[in-house]
Ligand binder design. Sequence first.
Ligand code: ADP
Ligand code: MG
Length: 533
Amino acid sequence: MSQRSMVALKETYRSMSPSQFFYEYKEIAGFSNPARSLYQTVRELVENALDATDVYGIKPDISIVIERIPGTNQYRITVEDNGIGINPDYVPNAFGQVLFSSKYKLRQSRGRFGLGVKMAVLYGQITTGKPVEVYTSPIGSKRVYYFKIKIDIEKNKPIILEKASWSKRGNWHGTRVTVTIVGDWSRARSRVHEYIRRTAIVAPYARITMIDPDGNIVYYPRIVDKVPRGPREVKPHPHGVDIELLKQLIKSSKARTLKEFLIEAFQSVGRKTAENFLKEAQLDPNIDPHTLTDEQLEYLARKLREYKRFRAPSADALSPLGPEIIEAGLKSILKPEFVVAVTRKPKAYEGHPFIVEVGIAYGGEIPALDEPLLLRYANKIPLLYDEKSDVAWKVVNPQNFDWKQYLVSFPAPIAVLTHICSTKVPYKGIGKESVADVPEIEHELRMALREAARKLRAYLLEKKREEEAKRRVITFLKYTPEVVKSLTTILKGDGVNEENIREMLIKVMRKRIKVDNELFEKLVKNLKVSIEE
Ligand code: ADP
Ligand code: MG
């Protein structure tokens, strides 16, 4: 046997902790270089801040400070919110254990993986050696808690370096997190600013301030006073089950019969539905679910997924933005001349409810580009990277969508906002930058885009008509004084005077120019004034 195969035969094995895994493969979570990592860190902290506020109906007040430590390429990133705060018992794990989260629930939130802030902590720790610092005061608590934490990468456990607490004056509640990482502001600058701008577009009910390392202060005031209805936690839908989920649900259920279990563990299953389903699947309603074998579980899961008569998944777990917020956000940030937004009815894929929203902003300060400016969002998070591989681009792309039919020909000053919200957004990667083209979602996006584009078309048609009318009224008014004078001379006597003639002419014109009276009056009045001047 050769030396080489001898080595191969002596293979050694060990397991890897989640921290170790993400430490080694940080690129897949968006931490691929100093610039991208700086962007990703801001993003993770802002997402957590928003999740701690609007999800609970609190109007977010968020401040972001990014400072460069003089003479180094290290940056301190601090994000403070007025959210619900964090129970001090959970702070160490929330910031020091990869895959620890309060969001492993069937409810829409920005975060979901239990990874984001730990990636920032991990990255900071390995590039600068500095720990994360957290100040938090849970809502209703009389104290402020302070922690300095690092991650034990091998064990995937927090290391608490410092811990303190004091009683609080005033009634601040919320969280303030600081991480220090190696970054590259000059290359991250435009993305970070764009991220905050796009966040502000869909959170016009938030007040967001950012101070950047150049000393710029960006302030997005609150322009809407209402936070959208928050999501409610729901039970799983039977179309989304598999064997493992069934096992977990059964394990935590006290139900003694299969029928009872189905009613208790799932949404959209009442007494009648459970009975009908069990009958059709030829299952014994009285069997104890805890006694089911793997084969029986496989059969049950399959039948549950196939049964057509369950009610569609509930949309209670979702929190769409709604047309008013989308329109207000687009208007205030992009300053267009026209804006419209559409929120579709809830739909589902594989048992996961989702809602698609589309907004269109046109004209005004939007620059004319060769393709639509696409603003993608998923669960209220702006998605900035990997646009071309996202389902939203597939739908909006002028090669796939007949913009001409809606009177838009490129270059055109048009921005399209897409928002997909779901209890499970089918992201293509852990970095959450693009959404996969699930057919149901793609279809809804297309329907929403058509609906919004039809409204844009109506607006553009109206505008064209107005412009046409305006042109004709201008010509008309230019010649009126002369025509009136000539006609008055010709028709002199019989009570004819310039006033009668003018009125008569306007009447004739009003018939010829096909606009409604109100618009006509407005045009005549405005133009008369401007021409006379
Ligand atoms: P995820 O956001 O996916 O749950 P993170 O690692 O970003 O994962 O955060 C872990 C947990 O820490 C969150 O689930 C949340 O409970 C808590 N947390 C982090 N930041 C905040 C904050 N600003 N306010 C309240 N809770 C927070
Ligand atoms: Mg998070």
